[in-house]
Design a protein around this ligand. Structure first.
Ligand code: ADP
Ligand code: MG
Length: 549
């Protein structure tokens, strides 16, 4: 092994230090931002991405696009990370956060060129971010949960705003209701969005999607005898197992060496005896629907069919977890002690045809802390994007329930904060005044981009917005994308949880400061062997993959 070598240059990497490196990093980030910026807002466009394997993804979601861009520039990768963290923290505002970070960098490019120290800029930006976040918290409007109907309406509005740039917006009434009902059906204390199952069934129209207040999963692999089992029950007892109900001999990889034929017979008999004991115990428990994470073979299937019991083996873990949440009871790992309290129940169980597939549906569940969205649509890519869009909306509704502070969207909040910072900056001495001013200017990128994407005259509308925000009562004025004008977006019900904005500002500032504090890129050639370490594009497993399930 030779001495560790530090190599500064690699093809395409800037070899400069200090100012040159900073400017090159800023340029790289700007290039990335330019790719995603056209997706922002209700009039944003979608991106179609094809990966190395020829897999096609169509998306409007910032985090998904950033992830698939496969960015190799080390500084620009930071932007991928903030999109991902915004996605994990709040679930929406992923394009905005990238755009904001890029704009913060662009605004100070001139100062860097003039030789202003990055530390001055970083200090100014951090201060401005702190001021903005406090101001947003002050401005945000608290919504009351007391009036159920009003609260429902409010959640629908937040969901509609999150969906407004997505494919599903054309069906927004349908989908907002679906999303809000889904979130409200969860346990309101924990609001665990993982208990909202999403199943994709290609075919049909998007309006044929349905919300099952309970659990639905695709019929599992079944053996002979399954056809004779009953497929619908009222108030069935449901038993969930983690037990294999299959003769070992049915598996072809079993190997037993015996000397005599009688020994062999003894083994087979023992095998049968064990499985019959289990089956008898299950029947004695009174269960009518038997689910197992492990296989249920043809002997057991036939046995259950003869006794009017429904069974399904190889149920996926997350489906099983949701069944337990919905019907009650608990997963049993043995059949030796099947007490009544281990079994769950629901109003109805049914195996039903949805599209080209058979589905098992558990409805009217007493615990009802879970639900399932069954999504329909023409193409697989299309349903995948519907799922991502619903995910954003679900996260937003969840946020709105959790901390019920909302602000107006459409650039209204950004303009108000921008004004506030500009006014405040006049009280600051020295260079910091310019930096806080630059931050204020950068915030305007959101309304400007909303205009650009809609084909409006951004200069004119932004001027009018600045004027409005300078007057009392203009706080919530933002872009009205439907009428090419400005409007009070709070009254127009373009609402977003305040958390989307505060988190976006905090994350974008951090990313910008991080990039500004780097003045040299050093590559260690030895850790750059192909195949070694992480795949390009960052950590595996986190955030929204495509496909997600
Ligand atoms: P992100 O990934 O950042 O959420 P979106 O494409 O969802 O990006 O766009 C969000 C932006 O669009 C927000 O600034 C939001 O306020 C704005 N927006 C959403 N709906 C409307 C609307 N009906 N009118 C004006 N602006 C809207
Ligand atoms: Mg959004």
């Amino acid at each position: 092994m030779s001495q560790p070598q530090i190599i500064l240059l690699k093809e395409g990497t800037d070899t400069s230090q200090g100012k040159g490196q900073l400017l090159s990093n800023i340029n790289a980030c700007t290039a990335v931002v330019d790719t995603v910026k056209t997706t922002l807002g209700p009039r944003g466009m979608d991106k179609l991405m094809v990966d190395g394997q020829g897999q096609v993804t169509i998306s409007n979601d910032g985090a998904t696009i950033m992830k698939l861009l496969d960015i190799v520039h080390p500084a620009a990768k930071t932007l991928v990370d903030i999109a991902r963290s915004q996605d994990a923290e709040v679930g929406d505002g992923t394009t905005s956060v990238v755009l904001l970070a890029g704009e913060l960098l662009k605004e100070v490019k001139g100062y860097i060129e003039e030789g202003v120290s990055p530390h001055v800029i970083i200090r100014g930006y951090r201060q401005a971010a702190r001021l903005s976040i406090n101001k947003i918290k002050e401005l945000a409007i608290k919504i009351s949960k007391d009036d159920k109907e009003e609260f429902y309406g409010l959640l629908s509005k937040c969901a509609a705003t999150a969906m407004s740039s997505k494919l599903i917006y054309s069906q927004k009434e349908f989908f907002t209701k679906m999303v809000v009902d889904a979130v409200l059906s969860l346990d309101q204390d924990s609001l665990n969005e993982r208990l909202i199952g999403i199943k994709r069934v290609p075919g049909g129209a998007m309006q044929e999607s349905l919300l099952v207040k309970g659990v639905a999963f695709k019929k599992t692999f079944s053996y002979a005898g399954f056809e004779q089992q009953p497929k619908a029950f009222k108030n069935p007892k449901v038993l969930c197992l983690n037990v294999e109900l299959e003769l070992k001999a049915e598996k072809d990889n079993a190997e037993v060496r015996v000397e005599q034929v009688s020994d062999y017979q003894a083994i087979v008999d023992a095998e049968w005896q064990i499985i019959f004991q289990k089956l008898e115990a299950i029947v004695a428990s009174g269960a009518q629907v038997v689910l197992s994470k492990l296989p249920i073979g043809d002997l057991a299937t036939q046995y259950f069919a003869d006794r009017n019991i429904f069974c399904a083996g190889r149920v996926a873990k997350d489906d099983m977890d949701r069944v337990i949440q919905a019907v009650g009871g608990s997963v049993q790992t043995t059949c030796s002690d099947l007490r009544d309290e281990f079994l769950g129940t629901c109003d109805s169980f049914e195996e039903r045809q949805i599209g080209g597939e058979r589905y098992n549906l558990f409805e009217g569940c007493p615990q009802a802390k879970t639900c399932t969205l069954v999504l329909r649509g023409g193409a697989e890519q299309f349903i995948a994007e519907v799922e991502r869009s619903l995910h954003d909306a679900i996260m937003i509704v969840r946020r709105a329930i959790k901390n019920n502070l909302v602000v107006a969207g459409g650039g209204a909040t950004e303009m108000e904060i921008s004004k506030y910072l500009r006014v405040h900056s006049r009280t600051i001495e020295g260079k910091q005044q310019l930096i806080v001013g630059a931050f204020a200017k950068a915030l305007e990128v959101i309304p400007r981009q909303l205009c650009d994407n809609a084909g409006f005259d951004a200069t004119d509308l932004l001027n009018r917005l600045r004027m409005k925000h300078a007057q009392p009562g203009g706080t919530w004025f933002g872009i009205d994308v439907n009428n090419e004008t400005i409007a009070d977006n709070f009254e127009a019900f373009v609402w977003e949880p305040a958390l989307v904005k505060t988190n976006a500002i905090a994350a974008a500032t951090e990313a910008a400061c991080l990039i500004l504090s780097v003045d040299e890129t050093i590559k260690n050639k030895q850790s750059e062997q192909p195949g070694a370490g992480m795949p390009r594009g960052g950590m595996p497993g986190r955030g929204r993959g495509v496909p997600r399930r």
